[in-house]
Design a protein around this ligand. Structure first.
Ligand code: MSP
Length: 523
C-alpha cells in the first residue's frame, strides 16, 4: 500500500485580507505536498479559513456587514492568492460549512461523553485579539495588555464548559520528551516544554475553557450539549485538521476514504500559534484517544524592509504586492525567495533589494545561465542532440557527488522541513556544474576534432546535471522547471523521484529545444 503524507496549514482568519505571512506557510506546505507526490506518496494537502469568533464579528461590525458576508468576501481573496501562487491543495475547509460544524459537534460530544468536559465558572482576563483567556500573572506582567497586539485585556466573567487540560498536561510533557521531533524546531520545543513545566509548578495551568456564552458571542458552532453556548473558536479551528478528513460515523462525503491520512505528517504553523497547536490540540487528541500528529513545525515571522509588519504602519506585504513581485519576476521566484531567504524556523526580512539580488545571483547567473550555456553548446556542437557519455571524466567527480547528495538526503530534508538545506544542495550542484564547465573548457575542445568524444561526455554531464537540478527544484518552481525540462527534451519523462533523481536518466540522442532565457537578468 502506498504510504500516505498529510500536510496542513493553519486555517486563516477572515477578519483581514491575506498577506505574505499566510502565503509563507501555504507555499511551504505546497512544496512538501509536491515533493512527496513526486516521491510517490499518497498526499493530502489541507488549507482553509477560520471564520468564527469575536475577531470576525468585530471586523464585520466595522465594515457594516455580517460575519458570514465578510467571510464570503475574504475567502475569495485567499482562494485567488492560492491560485496565483500555484497552490495544489487537495481540500479547503471553511469553518462555517455545515460539514465542518457537524463534525466539531461530534468531537465535542465525544469529549463530553468521556467526561473530559465539565461546567464551571470563569472570571478573568481575556485577550480578544488572540481569543484567549490570560492568567492573572501573565496579564500583570504585560500591564494588562495583549502580549501580541498590545490592546487592553478585557475582564470576562462567565459560566462555561471546561476541558480537563490539567489532567493531560503531565502526559503531554512525557510525550514531548519521548518524541524529540514532535515539536520543531528544537528551540521552540524547549520553550513549550519549559513553559508547560513552569505553569504546572506554579499551579497556573488551568483547565481550558472551551465554550463561550452565546448571548455574548453568537458567531460560532453551538455546543452539542448546551445550546446556550458556542464552542471556543480555537477548539472549532484546531479540530479542522482531523475533521476535514471526514468522520464516517456521522456520514461524510468522503465515505471514510480520507481517514487513512490521519495522523497528519506535519502541521505547519507560525510561531505565534504554537501553544494552541503544541498544547491544547495534543491534549484534546489524547483525551479522545486519537493518535497525535507526527510533527508540528513552527516557522518564524517576516518583517518588511526591516520593520515589523502592522496595520498601523500599513506595511504589510499584501496580496497586491505579492502579485507585483509575481508579475515582475514570476510566481516561482516568489516561492523560491520565501524558502531561500531565511532558514525555515527563524525570522526573516522581506526586502526588495535582497529579492533582486537572490534572483540575479542564483537564478539568472546561476541556474538560468547553466541551462542556457548547456543548451547552446549542445545545439552548436552536436546539432541539438544530447551526445553519448563515452568517456569517464575525472573532473566530473564533484558534480556526481553533489547530485548524489541531493538524491540521498532530499527525503530527510523534506521530512524535517529543512527547505534551506534542500536548496543549498541544489545550489551546490549548480556551482559544481558551472565550475566543471570552467574547468573542462568545452568551448576550447570544440575546436579540436580529436576531442569530440570527451566534449560529448562533458556536455552529457552538464545536461544530466541540469535535468537533476530541475527535477529537485520542481516542487518549489513548478512552472520554470517544466519549461526547462521541456527544453532538455525531458518533459514527458515519467517516473518516481527515486527514478528521476538518479544519475543517467537523460537519454543520449534526445533533442533539445532552444527557448528564451529562463530567468532574464534584472537591472
Ligand atoms: N486562525 C488562526 C489559526 C487557526 S489554525 C487551527 C490564525 N490565523 S491568522 O490568519 O491570524 O494567522 C495564520 C498564520 O499566519 C499564523 O501561522 C501566523 O504565524 C502567520 N503569520 C501572520 N503574520 C505573519 C508574519 N508577519 N510572518 C510570518 N507568518 C505570520 O492564527
Amino acid at each position: 500500500m502506498t504510504e500516505t503524507y498529510y500536510v496542513t496549514t493553519p486555517i486563516y482568519y477572515v477578519n483581514d485580507v491575506p498577506h505574505i505571512g499566510h502565503s509563507y506557510t501555504t507555499v511551504a506546505a505546497d512544496v512538501l505536498a509536491r515533493y512527496f507526490r513526486a516521491a510517490q506518496r499518497d498526499v493530502h494537502f489541507l488549507t482553509g479559513t477560520d471564520e468564527h469568533g469575536i475577531k470576525i464579528v468585530k471586523a464585520a461590525e466595522k465594515k457594516n456587514t455580517t460575519p458570514q458576508q465578510l467571510a464570503d468576501e475574504v475567502v475569495v481573496g485567499f482562494r485567488d492568492l492560492w491560485d496565483m501562487l500555484n497552490i495544489s491543495n487537495d481540500n479547503f475547509i471553511r469553518t462555517t460549512e455545515p460539514r465542518h460544524k457537524k463534525r466539531v459537534q461530534k468531537l465535542v460530544q465525544d469529549l463530553v461523553d468521556r467526561d473530559e468536559v465539565y461546567l464551571g465558572s470563569y472570571e478573568g482576563w481575556y485577550d480578544e485579539g488572540q481569543e484567549e483567556y490570560v492568567t492573572e500573572s501573565a496579564a500583570r506582567d504585560n500591564d494588562y495588555k495583549s502580549e501580541i497586539n498590545g490592546k487592553p485585556l478585557v475582564r470576562y466573567s462567565e459560566q462555561n464548559w471546561f476541558f480537563r487540560l490539567g489532567k493531560w498536561a503531565p502526559k503531554l510533557i512525557e510525550y514531548i520528551e519521548a518524541n524529540p521531533k514532535f515539536i520543531q524546531p528544537t528551540p521552540r520545543r524547549n520553550e513549550v516544554l519549559s513553559k508547560l513545566k513552569m505553569s504546572i509548578d506554579a499551579g497556573e495551568l488551568p483547565d481550558l475553557c472551551i465554550s463561550r456564552n452565546k448571548e455574548k458571542l453568537p458567531w460560532g458552532v453551538e455546543m452539542p450539549n448546551d445550546p446556550s453556548h458556542v464552542v471556543y473558536v480555537w477548539v472549532d479551528a484546531l479540530s479542522n485538521y482531523y475533521n476535514a478528513l471526514g468522520i464516517p460515523e456521522i456520514g461524510d462525503e468522503f465515505d471514510g476514504k480520507f481517514a487513512k491520512y490521519w495522523p497528519a505528517d506535519v502541521h505547519l504553523i507560525g510561531k505565534d500559534i504554537l501553544w494552541f497547536h503544541a498544547v491544547y490540540w495534543p491534549c484534546i487528541l489524547m483525551a479522545l484517544d486519537i493518535p497525535m500528529p507526527k510533527k508540528i513545525f513552527a516557522h518564524g515571522w517576516w518583517t518588511s524592509e526591516g520593520k515589523k509588519m502592522s496595520k498601523s504602519m500599513g506595511n504589510f506585504i499584501s496580496r497586491e504586492e505579492i502579485a507585483g513581485f509575481c508579475d515582475e519576476y514570476s510566481r516561482d521566484m516568489y516561492r523560491y525567495y520565501l524558502l531561500r531567504a531565511v532558514s525555515f524556523g527563524t525570522d526573516g526580512d522581506f526586502s526588495a533589494d535582497m529579492f533582486k539580488q537572490i534572483y540575479n545571483s542564483e537564478l539568472a547567473n546561476g541556474i538560468g545561465n547553466l541551462l542556457s550555456r548547456t543548451i547552446k553548446m549542445i545545439d552548436k556542437y552536436f546539432g541539438g542532440e544530447i551526445p553519448e557519455p563515452v568517456e569517464t571524466l575525472e573532473e566530473a567527480a564533484l558534480v556526481h557527488a553533489a547530485a548524489k547528495a541531493i538524491y540521498e538526503q532530499s527525503d530527510e530534508m523534506m521530512q524535517n522541513c529543512a527547505f534551506h538545506h534542500y536548496i543549498d544542495k541544489i545550489i551546490s550542484l549548480v556551482s559544481a556544474t558551472n565550475a566543471f564547465i570552467d574547468d573542462t573548457a568545452p568551448f576550447k575542445l570544440a575546436k579540436d576534432e580529436s576531442q569530440r568524444s570527451r566534449l560529448g561526455s562533458i556536455l552529457y554531464t552538464c545536461a544530466e546535471a541540469v535535468r537533476i537540478i530541475m527535477v529537485y527544484l520542481a516542487p518549489i518552481m513548478p512552472d520554470k522547471t517544466a519549461s526547462a525540462l521541456q527544453s532538455l527534451g525531458c518533459e514527458q519523462t515519467q517516473g518516481t523521484l527515486a527514478e528521476l533523481g538518479k544519475w543517467g536518466g537523460i537519454k543520449p540522442g534526445t533533442k533539445i529545444v532552444q527557448t528564451d532565457p529562463l530567468f532574464p537578468r534584472k537591472q
